[in-house]
Design a protein around this ligand. Structure first.
Ligand SMILES: Cc1ncc(COP(=O)(O)O)c(C=O)c1O
Length: 471
């Protein structure tokens, strides 16, 4: 097996046998290390970097990246359709973002943005107030990563409401810290870390494809919203501070709630005085074709949590609330040493300006619709594809073995690995690990989409018909 992209590149693709070794994790023989000078970095990872929590780290050493292209230390190029886990929406090393960060680095890297006033923090918070859905979300706290922002949002909801419980969704993911894991609805992410916080209940995800209403998503949404009412009545002590949900569920397998879902949910929340925390860590910043995915649903969250795409790769996160809710924080209640790092905030501001100027939201819609239409054509010819779904460039391809929708987990991983061999980075997610995730930088061109689709089709055919692949 040789891949076309690699044939064109300076270095030829490894032969099939080597590829097998290449994907044998944690073995000394891993991909004939001697043949690849990048073995040094891989060996150091093995010796000095904690990776035991992963099945394997992809056996490439990345050197640089630009736009949608990632280059390894041998000069081999990869089409990046995962964007560093859905982060670099404005493209890798976007020149305008990098220039803003460099200019800020020459002036001030850190002096703790909560002890003193720093201009990029003020400017970015003002910008977020302007782009956040609705008129009420005006005050922002900045942290460093998604989980940290989730923790802060949960705490703020409790302080404001004076209540203590939360409702979250099955199949959700909110981060790896203890509080964020407590509201994460997937035992695969939580195992060995429990027991978690008490007072958390999980409502069914509005996952039409695997619900009893696969052909009636609106009914699925109504039933799932109704279940929240039952949960408040029968699984809580009616002391619920907040309902937390991803407007499009990322790690759970790109689950797009039907468009009536959050309006139905909001009726229940308002009835019980429960805050709505929208986790837009993965779906925010034009990824889904709107600046924030919740805009599709016609409801306003009480707290908006963001990270990932906020600064095009610089580590920054935020949660944003109304002035009234934000006022629940009193002196001593919260802080972060690095939160609101001036370099990250300057990068974020340039990033948002770029997203707006280049209208990346509209581009995500256009290229996303094109991609999904092509994938649905492919689905008609290949029964391994059970469902194609998404919004903008947050696309999931759910793989199933049969008409009973048995998750095709091994196949999803094999497709991801085959794509890597062919020069494309792609993700895998879903509670059963059977959803291929297509979440490229939003600057991806139509030509690059076509290349990506060609690589994916080839990989799919090889995995679906292994006999042909080795012929
Ligand atoms: C929806 C959502 N929330 C929270 C997080 C946690 O973010 P981080 O990894 O930056 O802590 C993630 C990460 O994938 C996410 O997808």
């Amino acid at each position: 097996m040789r891949c076309k992209r690699w044939q064109r590149a300076k270095h030829p693709a490894p032969k099939a046998g080597i590829i097998k070794l290449l994907f044998a994790p944690h073995t000394d023989r891993a991909f004939g290390l001697k043949a690849f000078p990048m073995a040094d970095t891989i060996q150091k990872y093995k010796d000095y970097v904690m990776t035991g929590f992963l099945k394997s780290v992809a056996p490439i050493v990345i050197d640089r990246a630009s736009g949608v292209t990632v280059t390894d230390i041998h000069g081999r190029e990869y089409l990046d359709c995962f964007a560093g886990i859905s982060v670099v929406n404005a493209g890798h090393c976007n020149p305008q973002v990098v220039a803003a960060a460099k200019a800020q680095m020459d002036k001030l890297v850190h002096c703790s943005s909560y002890l003193y006033h720093v201009q990029p923090v003020a400017d970015l918070a003002e910008k977020i107030a302007h782009i956040a859905p609705g008129k009420n979300l005006t005050q922002t706290f900045f942290g460093n990563g998604g989980a940290e922002a989730i923790e802060g949002a949960l705490k703020l909801a409790r302080l404001y409401t004076g209540k203590h419980e939360f409702i979250s969704l099955q199949a959700s993911f909110h981060g790896r810290s203890w509080g964020a894991l407590s509201v994460t609805g997937n035992y695969a992410r939580k195992k060995k870390g429990g027991p978690y916080a008490s007072g958390i209940s999980f409502a069914p995800a509005p996952y039409a494809y695997r619900s009893p209403w696969p052909n009636d998503p609106e009914e699925c949404a109504r039933q799932c919203a109704r279940a929240i009412d039952d949960i408040v009545k029968f699984a809580t002590s009616n002391d619920v501070a907040g309902f937390i949900a991803e407007p499009v569920m990322g790690e759970g397998g790109i689950i797009v709630p039907p468009f009536n879902y959050f309006k139905e949910v909001k009726k229940v929340l308002d009835h019980y005085g429960i805050l709505f925390i929208a986790d837009e860590v993965q779906s925010g910043f034009a990824r889904t074709g709107k600046m924030f995915a919740i805009e599709y649903y016609g409801v306003e969250p009480d707290i908006l949590v963001t990270a990932k795409g906020i600064a095009d790769g610089f580590p920054l996160s935020a949660f944003t609330a109304s002035a009234e809710i934000a006022a629940a924080y009193k002196p001593g209640d919260h802080l972060s040493t690095f939160g609101g790092n001036p370099v990250c905030c300057a990068a974020a501001l340039a990033n948002i300006q770029f997203i707006e100027k280049e209208n990346l939201a509209a581009r995500a819609t256009e290229t996303g619709n094109y991609t999904m239409a092509k994938l649905r054509e492919l689905q008609k010819k290949n029964s391994l594809i059970g469902d194609v779904r998404g919004l903008g460039l947050m696309i999931g391809i759910e793989l199933v073995k049969d008409a009973q929708k048995t998750p095709a987990t091994v196949e999803a991983e094999a497709i991801r690995d085959a794509c890597l061999c062919k020069g494309m980075l792609i993700g895998v997610g879903g509670v059963s690990g059977n959803v291929v995730r297509f979440q490229p930088p939003l600057v991806i061109t139509r030509q690059q989409i076509d290349q990506a689709l060609a690589i994916f089709t080839e990989a799919l055919q090889e995995v679906a018909q292994p006999a042909h692949a080795t012929a």
